[in-house]
Write a protein that binds this ligand. Sequence first.
Ligand SMILES: C[S@@+](CC[C@H](N)C(=O)[O-])C[C@H]1O[C@@H](n2cnc3c(N)ncnc32)[C@H](O)[C@@H]1O
Length: 292
Amino acid sequence: MATIRNMLKKASDCLAKGKSPTPVLDSELLLIHAFEAYQIRMNRIKLITESHQEVETNVEKAFMALINERSMGKPVQYITGKQDFMGLELSISEGVLIPRGDTEVAVDRAVSLKNGSEGLKIIDMCTGSGAIAVALAVRFPDAVIYAVDISPAALACARVNVEKYGLQDRVRLIEGDLFASLKGLNLENNIDILISNPPYIPTEDIGCLEDNVKNFEPLLALDGGADGLDFYSRLILDGAVWLKQGGCLVMEIGHDQGQNVMNMAEAGGLYTNVYLEKDLAGLDRCVSAIRR
Ligand SMILES: C[S@@+](CC[C@H](N)C(=O)[O-])C[C@H]1O[C@@H](n2cnc3c(N)ncnc32)[C@H](O)[C@@H]1O
């Protein structure tokens, strides 16, 4: 039988030859997943402290099958069905965008704008896996969140996450095209936070994305129209109908979209305090604005 250390070395060498930019981490996460399939609890620290331990053949076989899937380009998160977001473990399924660390910038911005507020009403537009909705519901324990997506697959995944954290009383999952399905809920001029990570990749750039993104993640979650900005004009204009005075609009943006989205938010006089937040790498990441 091979030891944990030997198996990880073999697997990470194999993934390094392929397309994974993070072969060691991928191998560790997939070995933990293989152990879990046999009810053996593992974590990355134990993989190091118990690296000399021999691995049962059934776990080894399961692990090598997972490594094989990964070597074909499938993202680790679609193999394990999990992704961490804002310290929460979320369930992820194929057909749903994998939540990114980048999106935590927008969540942090929303939290800092409304820190200490109670009874918030929040819209998470384009909720996908429900990552933003769940994180804000946990952060604001009496908030009500309307989480909208056009994709039934995304909403099914979001439902799993909402139930996992026992939030079904406060996170309402709504299927529809942006704001259309919110009509009739009496939310106009009533929303404290409108947050969204919409599709924002320019259509013609999609072919240039990394293989693991363009071959596995849903086009519906990526395609932001010819210039990538289609959704921002709708969020900014239509969003003003739903936000209350002093309510905040928080949008994740692409790394080079800051000036364009700020200009859109500043035009028309609907908002004040338009603010561009950069991420730790110094790239444009989020635009926020306050409804006049
Ligand atoms: C970039 S993903 C964001 C998912 C999630 N909020 C996150 O941050 O991980 C964009 C989401 O927008 C959804 N979407 C695309 N077009 C939409 C529309 N017209 N109305 C509502 N949702 C839409 C997609 O299904 C996808 O789940």
